[in-house]
Design a binder for this molecule. Sequence first.
Ligand SMILES: [Fe+2]
Length: 247
Amino acid sequence: MDRRDFGKQTLGSLLTFSLLESVFSADALADTVKPIASAWLAEVNRMSTDMKSGGLKQTQWQQQVERLFGEIDLQEFLSYVDFEKLTENIQFRERGERSFRATFPNVEGLPTELVFGHQMFALRKDRSVVPHGHNNMATAFLVLKGEFEGKHYDRIEDLDDHMIVRPSIDRRFVPGECSTVSDHKDNVHWFKATSDTAFIFNIHVLNVDPTINRSGRVYIDPHGEKIAGGKIKAEKIKSSEAYKRFG
Ligand SMILES: [Fe+2]
């Protein structure tokens, strides 16, 4: 297998399609790589299906997805790609992230019905994936390019107009690093780009528990009142307000 070609094939279309789609849609992709990519996809799908059926705890899904993402040799792929050129036509948003979505092509041996969704986010410096929690959803971020200031909060309690949260992660994220969200751990996230441009690959499992409410984002302002136990009483805000304050 020619790694240079693999890098070009894979990442050349990253910016308009997702990481996985580009892996599977690359005609010239070496046969030796397809089984690896296929196994990876099948594994994410299996874990997500197990989680939805209750066989895998959400926190276990988080651990396993983080392990799988950790196995991707992203740095090496990226070293073969002219990212500057690939990103020159991207229309970044004034605030927040530009999202790219695509569907997988049909590939023999792959699950046809994926239980998880995937997309890619592109941001300019100082723009954020604004602070929000999720209802009944598990999701993972993998930093592809650039750097972020990444924050997570555990969601302790929901009040009518506020969410009680506790900071759980607050650090710099570089390419190849990932973080995950579920109803039970690190539910709120907020990623601010600290490099000129920055890119995230995202997978998400909606309606983790099909018997309860549908999935959705809940926007908050984490700059709230500090209360006992290192917790914060964070105001729930509308998405437009979240983009205004933090986007
Ligand atoms: Fe999110």
